[in-house]
Design a protein around this ligand. Structure first.
Ligand SMILES: Nc1ncnc2c1ncn2[C@@H]1O[C@H](COP(=O)(O)OP(=O)(O)OP(=O)(O)O)[C@@H](O)[C@H]1O
Ligand SMILES: Nc1nc2c(ncn2[C@@H]2O[C@H](COP(=O)(O)O)[C@@H](O)[C@H]2O)c(=O)[nH]1
Length: 192
């Protein structure tokens, strides 16, 4: 994956349960050199989630301290919790001429678009609404009322897919991962 050695920021967004984490894990299984930002969150860890690997799990006070000290590239309040991208590691990666991948929700993707217009914004879409509902329920990590809250947000996220540079349909994990690898290795559009 020699072409990956370019300083490009890519954002992967899409509704909760569409399979962002699954597709990114498949990309990293094939290409462990792909660098993915580790977000901070005030959400409680799910069983099996490891601090510093899946997220940096912090309390609200620590999150707000980072925010107040310009430590976040973007952030959002999502379904009752806060999530943000630590600025330092991403900037370090890009300064070194290396690409960076963020897996974040819609409000954060919009902030990245404003702050880094050259970033590539990719929307991961479900093959159908029914598939999304069934994936979120099937994951079994949220109570039904939290699933409902996430699905209400999902509708608005799907409506915003036109704001993204590319839409990838996650009908099949291997195929969607192929497409994401292609986007990560594609040359950035020529500047003006
Ligand atoms: N192409 C697919 N076909 C069938 N099931 C899938 C597919 N992709 C992912 N899944 C399943 O859907 C569920 C949700 O996937 P995942 O946790 O990766 O979603 P996510 O978009 O990262 O969610 P969140 O934004 O809530 O973190 C998982 O149980 C996963 O195994
Ligand atoms: N704006 C941001 N969104 C983020 C970040 N890290 C994760 N996320 C998104 O939040 C939702 C919920 O995640 P979950 O792990 O609780 O299911 C999902 O869409 C993630 O992509 C971030 O740093 N900033």
């Amino acid at each position: 994956m020699a072409d990956l050695n370019r300083a490009r920021l890519t954002v992967l967004s899409g509704p909760s349960g569409v399979g962002k984490g699954t597709v990114v894990a498949e990309v990293r299984r094939r290409h462990p050199e792909v660098w993915v930002s580790v977000s901070v969150t005030t959400r409680a860890p799910r069983p099996g989630e490891v601090d510093g690997e899946h997220y940096w799990f912090v309390d609200r006070e620590s999150f707000d301290h980072l925010l107040d000290n310009d430590g976040l590239l973007e952030w959002a309040e999502y379904a009752g919790n806060r999530y943000g991208t630590p600025r330092g590691p991403v900037e370090e990666q890009l300064r070194a001429g290396l690409p960076a991948l963020l897996e974040i929700e819609l409000q954060g993707a919009r902030q990245v678009r404003e702050r880094a217009p050259e970033a590539q914004l990719v929307f991961l879409a479900p093959p159908s609404w029914a598939a999304l509902v069934s994936r979120l329920a099937g994951r079994g990590t949220e109570h039904p009322e939290v699933q409902e809250r996430r699905l209400a947000l999902a509708q608005a996220e799907l409506d915003a897919s036109g704001e993204f540079d590319v839409v990838v349909v996650n009908d099949d994990v291997a195929r969607a991962a192929d497409e994401l690898v292609g986007l990560l290795t594609a040359p950035p559009p020529a500047g003006p």
